[in-house]
Each structure stands twice: as structure tokens, then as C-alpha cells.
Design a protein around this ligand. Sequence first.
Ligand SMILES: Nc1ncnc2c1ncn2[C@@H]1O[C@H](COP(=O)(O)OP(=O)(O)O)[C@@H](O)[C@H]1O
Ligand SMILES: [Mg+2]
Length: 228
Amino acid sequence: MLKVVNLTVIRDGREILKNVNLEMHAAEIHLLLGVNGSGKTTLAQAIMGIYSYEGNIFFEGKNIDSLSVWERARLGITLAFQEPARFEGLLVKDYLMISARNKSMGNLENVIKMVGLPRSILFHEIGENLSGGERKRIELAAVILMQPKLAILDEPDSGIDMLSFKLISEVIKKMKELGTGVLLITHSEDMIDIADTATILCSGKVIASGPRDEVKKLFKYSPCPLKR
Ligand SMILES: Nc1ncnc2c1ncn2[C@@H]1O[C@H](COP(=O)(O)OP(=O)(O)O)[C@@H](O)[C@H]1O
Ligand SMILES: [Mg+2]
């Protein structure tokens, strides 16, 4: 479903990503693992079309290099940011309605429960009253409601008021059941067991990629030690 071929990203004269190759299939969970600064967010944003790059990206067999962020979104690619955007003043329910394919209140209520938030939060305004963790959960809910073909989740497990590992795992498994492929970005190897396939990124290079168990074995011998 997603194929990244020899992707190189240069920013401020520095090669942030170097000939990155990555492949994942539909409705698969692919873990993208790497320490802070290894280039995970840069890769996510290049796939979404936010950064320009050298190399090629294919989605469902189609070359998407010339497509804008909006056109990529229309094909079914969604990105949940590491630092969620702020839509101050909007009611949570209205923010979610914009993303939702099925725009019934019942559906919104189900998804808000799925990400571990109380129903009452739907009627809150997005603003200073929400914690960082609540914002991340709301963003995750928005991604689920979009029912994308590919959801890129940039460190859903990091941040203040950390989302629990169990909740995130359950949400991601549910997304897969609903037919969404998930590119799960994290700096922690804790998530690897829910993945089908995985890639380890180190200083902008892929040092391992493939079936989960094979990549898992390589952890121990990784030349890029995984630290927090
Ligand atoms: N706007 C920028 N200009 C130049 N370098 C950047 C910029 N943003 C991030 N970087 C650098 O790119 C590298 C990868 O960053 P990033 O993709 O955010 O890594 P990760 O998400 O794995 O922590 C880091 O060394 C970071 O300092
Ligand atoms: Mg990052």
C-alpha cells in the first residue's frame, strides 16, 4: 500500500534522511522505531507531502510525489502530529464532526470512549482547559473518525499525561480491524508486539526493516542503541 523508495530529505543543507526505503501493506501495523532526532517526524511529514524530498513515494501503486498535502489526504493518508494542532474556541464535537465520515453523535461518542475520554468532553471548547494528553487523545479520535486507508501516528505514546500503552495498543488494533493501515512512530520498543512489520531508523538511515520478529531480533545487535 505504501512504498518509500530512496527517500532523501535535506534541510538547512543537512541530510536528515538518507536513501530511506520502507514498504507496508494495507491494514498492516508498521512500527517506525528510532531514538529522538533519528528522522521519524521528518519521514512522516515527507510521506504526507509537507516536506519536499528526493526519491519516490508510492501509495496503492500510484506515484504521489507531485501531489499536495490535500491531494494525499484525499487519497486516504492521514497524519496525527506529535504536537497536535490547536483549534482554540471550537467545541470538541465540532472539531471531530469535521473529520468524521459517519457524522452521527453516537459514532462520536463511541470513538471518544475508545480513546479513553468522557462523553462530556465533546461539549468542551478546545483551549487552555485541555491537557496535552487530552489533546492527543482528541487528535487520535479525529484520525479514527476519518477512517483513512493509512494513518501515520507520530508518537501517540509520548507527551505530558501519557496515553497508556494498553489504550494505544487497543485503539491501533481496532483501527487495523476497521481496515486502516497504521504507520506507528515511536521511540520505545514496547509497542513492537502489536506490529506486523517494523523499521528501525538511525541517524536518518534505515538499519533494519521487515517482519516484526526479524526486526525484533536485530534490536540487541543494533548499532544505534535505543535510548529514551
Ligand atoms: N526545521 C529543521 N531544520 C533543520 N533540521 C531540522 C529541522 N527539524 C528537525 N531537524 C533535525 O532533523 C533531525 C531529525 O528530526 P526529526 O525528524 O524531528 O526526528 P525524530 O522525530 O526522530 O525525533 C534532527 O537532528 C533535527 O535536529
Ligand atoms: Mg519526532
